[in-house]
Design a protein around this ligand. Structure first.
Ligand code: ZN
Length: 345
């Protein structure tokens, strides 16, 4: 009986990884009155006896080899199940891709974080486990927000670690808001997690955070907490602030934020996305270049058959370069600094 086991060891991650293809729903209560529901493998819902105004989704393991966020969420779930962490908000914790976590790889067949907002059903349709999982995760998030109804504060923090190092170790991606203002309180929350670099997207995307933002009006971010390492090799001290802040968030014990100052943040917007068009696509910088690296105007960045890509704007910086993507997919994103004063609430 998973409920008995979970109340004893709190190890929902182990239960998930032992059953990567599915878990029967289960429901039980903790001694402090918190209701716990297992909705599926990697999907666990908590409802405290007294609910605050927020509906919070924490997700990790959308990319299976991004271990630090998985360890952070597994420990948070464990402490909730063992009654060591008091919950004040409704909370859904998601371990995105259990099969890929078991496999120690980013994905099994397809990048799960390119399949949301219905992309799972486009083209060939629900042909693989990742596409079916994306659809299932959308349904769980919908159920979670809709159960509590409208008029509450919705948030989703999708926690990742980047494949490469970064000039700014931690950064967040804010999905396209379709003209809605950015929220100071969300930037302050990120800053409390030691995330002061934010990439502001200006187009719809197939990511989990865009899905939560656009479909459910959630304050949603993809949060990159550092560099990918295998399980057990993460220096968890580097994630301590993020971990503390997320725990304080779900337990209603966040200290008041200091005053918002845009100067405390590095804000970027996308200038252009460079897609791979031929098999000859080649990056003209070192393989291990850090995210947010910039080069002088005119520097050659990449070639693709007869095409040349050079630095066109002062301060233009590279993120997520990857020459190995499939033809037609994004091989790198070029970003430029952005001023959003006047567009904040
Ligand atoms: Zn990732």
């Amino acid at each position: 009986m998973p409920a008995q086991q979970l109340k004893q060891d709190g190890d929902f991650l182990a239960l998930t990884l032992a059953n990567p293809d599915g878990l029967s729903p289960a429901h039980f209560s903790l001694d402090n009155g918190t209701q716990v529901e297992i909705w599926d493998t990697g999907v666990i819902y908590f409802e405290p006896a007294q609910c605050g105004q927020q509906d919070i989704v924490l997700s990790c393991g959308v990319h299976g080899n991004e271990t630090a966020p998985i360890e952070i969420c597994a420990a948070l779930v464990r402490d909730l199940l063992l009654g060591k962490l008091q919950l004040s908000e409704r909370l859904l914790v998601l371990f995105g891709n259990p099969a890929a976590i078991n496999n120690g790889t980013r994905e099994i067949e397809e990048n799960l974080n390119r399949l949301f907002s219905g992309h799972h059903s486009k083209g060939a349709g629900l042909i693989n486990a990742e596409r079916r999982r994306a659809q299932a995760l959308e349904n769980y998030v919908s159920r979670f927000y809709q159960q509590a109804g409208a008029g509450r504060e919705r948030a989703l923090y999708d926690l990742h670690t980047a494949i490469r190092g970064s000039r700014f170790e931690k950064f967040a991606v804010c999905p396209f808001l379709h003209g809605k203002p950015w929220k100071k309180a969300q930037f302050q929350l990120l800053a409390a997690c030691e995330v002061s670099t934010v990439l502001l997207m200006q187009t719809p995307a197939s990511t989990f955070s865009y899905y939560a933002s656009n479909s459910h009006g959630a304050d949603a971010f993809t949060v990159e907490l550092g560099k990918v390492r295998p399980f057990g090799e993460n220096d968890m001290r580097r994630f301590a602030k993020a971990e503390q802040t997320l725990r304080a968030l779900v337990s209603g014990t966040l200290p008041p934020f200091s005053e918002f100052r845009q100067a405390d943040f590095q804000l970027y917007e996308v200038y252009r996305s460079i897609n791979k068009q031929t098999q000859d696509f080649k990056l003209h910088f070192a393989d291990d270049v850090e995210n947010f690296t910039s080069y002088p105007l005119g520097s050659l960045l990449a070639t693709d058959g007869d095409l040349e890509y050079r630095v066109e704007r002062e301060g233009e910086a590279i993120i997520f370069p990857n020459a190995k993507v499939a033809i037609g997919q994004r091989a790198m994103l070029m970003v430029v600094p952005k001023d959003i004063s006047g567009q904040l609430i």
